[in-house]
Design a protein around this ligand. Structure first.
Ligand SMILES: [Zn+2]
Length: 163
């Protein structure tokens, strides 16, 4: 999923948990569940270019800004703020780990990348874990439905953050 989606979903389960430690744990676990949902994300078109890195940075920033807005919008307390932000951050951690394993080619964690990638929709072919980042062909239809389902879940998460 998009980093912004992961951040928002993690933030919403974090808020539901009402406990910063639980939020971190649930944010991490929910990442893998969210990846099971049919989705499209920047990983399908990632190449090691400045543009790709910039888009990922922007993606993360959008998630943080949206959650920040919701924190600012409604009356809250420090426990709530910590739960939302930790839930959101740990919602990204599984992707940070996968990224680190790929970039630094950490052989002992190859299994992690393999299983994490397999959760993702649209990856129909096996790909060698350390074959660099491969651009996966996507059709407009795949992108549309990939954004539709994750969009619905993000809206649901935003409602949780809002109420
Ligand atoms: Zn993931």
């Amino acid at each position: 999923m998009l980093a912004s989606s992961h951040f928002i979903i993690g933030a919403s389960v974090g808020r539901l948990s009402g406990n910063p430690f639980l939020a971190a744990f649930l944010g991490f676990v929910t990442h893998f569940l969210a990846d099971l949902v049919p989705h499209w994300d920047l990983g399908y078109n990632f190449s090691k270019t400045k543009k790709s890195y910039f888009l990922v940075f922007l993606d993360i920033l959008i998630g943080i800004i949206i959650c920040g807005f919701f924190l600012w919008w409604r009356p809250t307390n420090w426990n709530d703020i910590a739960s939302v932000l930790l839930g959101g951050f740990f919602g990204l951690v599984p992707d940070f780990i996968g990224f680190g394993v790929k970039i630094f080619k950490i052989k002992s964690f190859e299994w992690y990348v393999h299983h994490h990638d397999r959760l993702h929709w649209f990856i129909k072919e096996e790909r060698p874990e350390f074959s660099e980042f491969k651009i996966i062909p996507t059709t407009p239809r795949m992108v549309f439905f990939g954004l539709l389902w994750q969009g619905l879940i993000v809206v649901f998460s935003l409602i949780i953050l809002w109420v």
